[in-house]
Write a protein that binds this ligand. Structure first.
Ligand code: NAD
Length: 454
């Protein structure tokens, strides 16, 4: 098939490339001329495992091209996919201006029938409004279909090539059929194509993200209680995750969720609830717990230094919002950096992939180190903010020698507290017994309770 993908970011580039990999002819369109020029020169502007190789082979075999010229891109495409950003506005609702701009542009330049697909995450009702706009522009032959994307950054290529499911929301049988044909090659191992009405497809994406975010906030809230009562959330997690009704995914305590999707999508769903007079109590708490999780961790750091960071030099390992990506949107590390700098501290940081993006944002406000160990040199402590694999088994002796003071604040629970004590570190992590936070030993609290009960 001939396809156009509009918006060549994390979703658009992976989508376009993987569709080309299946033999389709794909044009990726973006308004960012610098990004398009980079792609035309054979450079992939984002880090996503496996993507470089796939872009290179599909470009060289002539199935994948890049342009800023929408007219040229859309001329021969049966299907046009919208993969532009839908960032949050002040009130939490999704900014759909780019999505509507693309639909208008397609209506203006497309000659004849098209299927217009929303791959961007858009609130329920958006496809209906887009169709209305197209009808009013005299283009009812452009049919809108919802096809939310579930790939996760860091494993996006794999997720796209072997999806657990593909959701298609279509009211038009012909458009639905075309979409099913497009995705059939990706679902050869029996995974499911789920075809539904448009509103349900739009909701499916938000409900999936909201549920995953809820799991993260849930375990984070539990981690705080565990720490307080002298329990170890990692053991509790293992204890519950073996229950198949609960499962072991997305139950890792840490610094809270970040990235470009969960924070924005949960807030947008709360907004949709408000719009329709439906309180989203659970989701409001999910957001609150998530925000508290970062400040709770930072308070622990601050507390360690007696509330004073003036003149303190802190090392940070990990800047991306999660491993295997260079994306730093809503990354916990960036909040921590701001709070340290605000208090007169300094930061020397290392991330295997995200440093160029952070440099663009923070410039020389922090020091960037070429190696993880360089960041430790002369530092008063280390904060671990992203669980890159290479941080899991470092040379602890070397770390102790480089740090001014051997203290680690681990926001990702990478190490065993007992082993860290043996290695000569003061080690603070998430949701495990903490001598300072557990102001009263749990036995004392329990004794108090039993006295009251008696
Ligand atoms: P992104 O910011 O990486 O990419 C968006 C791209 O769209 C940019 O390159 C931008 O220049 C381009 N663009 C903006 N307006 C344009 C226009 N009018 N015409 C052409 N190009 C335009 O965003 P992303 O992370 O790829 O997310 C895109 C959408 O997909 C969002 O709605 C997001 O919620 C959703 N989504 C993202 C992920 C993810 O993991 N990032 C996963 C699933 C769904």
């Amino acid at each position: 098939m001939n396809l156009a993908v509009v918006g060549t970011g994390y979703v658009g580039l992976v989508t376009g490339t993987c569709l080309a990999e299946m033999g389709n002819q794909v044009v990726c369109i973006d308004t960012d001329a610098a990004k398009v020029a980079q792609l035309q020169a054979g450079q992939v502007p984002i880090y996503e495992p496996g993507l470089n190789e796939l872009v290179e082979s599909n470009v060289s075999e002539g199935r994948l091209t890049f342009t800023t010229d929408a007219r040229q891109g859309i001329a021969d495409s049966q299907i046009v996919m919208i993969a532009v950003g839908t960032p949050p506005q002040e009130d939490g609702s999704a900014d759909l201006s780019a999505v509507f701009a693309v639909a208008r542009m397609v209506a203006e330049v497309a000659q004849g029938k098209r299927v217009l697909v929303t791959k961007s995450t858009v609130p329920v009702g958006t496809c209906e409004s887009l169709q209305k706009q197209l009808d009013e522009m005299g283009r009812p032959d452009i049919v809108v279909v919802s096809n939310p994307e579930f790939l996760k950054q860091g494993d996006a290529v794999n997720d796209f090539l072997k999806p657990e499911r593909v959701v298609i929301g279509a009211d038009d049988p012909e458009a639905s059929q075309l979409m099913q044909e497009l995705y059939a090659p990706f679902l050869r191992t029996g995974n499911r194509m789920i075809v539904m009405d448009i509103a349900s497809a739009e909701m499916t994406k938000y409900v999936a993200n909201a549920f995953l975010a809820t799991k993260i906030s849930f375990i984070n809230e539990m981690s705080r209680l565990c720490q307080r009562v002298g329990a170890d959330v990692e053991l509790v997690r293992a204890g519950i995750a073996t229950d198949s009704r609960i499962g072991d995914k997305f139950l890792f305590p840490g610094l809270g969720f970040g990235g470009s999707c969960f924070p924005k999508d949960v807030k947008a769903l709360i907004q949709t609830g408000q719009q329709f007079g439906c309180d989203m109590d659970i989701l409001s708490s999910v957001v609150r717990v998530n925000e508290q999780q970062r400040t709770f961790f930072f308070d622990r750091v601050l507390n360690y230094y007696g509330g004073q960071l003036q003149g303190k030099k802190l090392a940070i390992w990990g800047l991306a919002f999660k491993p295997r990506t260079d994306d730093t949107r809503e990354a916990p590390a960036l909040s921590l950096i701001e709070w340290i700098l605000e208090r007169g501290g300094s930061v020397q940081a290392f991330d295997p992939k995200a440093m160029p993006k952070v440099k663009q944002e923070l410039g020389n406000r922090i020091r960037y180190c070429d190696l993880a160990y360089d960041a430790l040199e002369g530092a008063d402590g280390l904060i671990i903010a992203t669980e890159w694999n290479e941080f899991r088994r470092p040379d602890f002796d070397r770390m102790r020698r480089l740090l001014n003071h051997p203290v680690i604040f681990d926001g990702r629970n990478l190490y065993s507290p007992d082993r860290m004590a043996q290695r000569g570190f003061e080690y603070y992590c998430v949701g495990r017994p903490d001598p300072v936070l557990a102001e009263k030993p749990v036995a004392e609290v329990a004794a108090g309770v039993s006295q009251v009960v008696n």
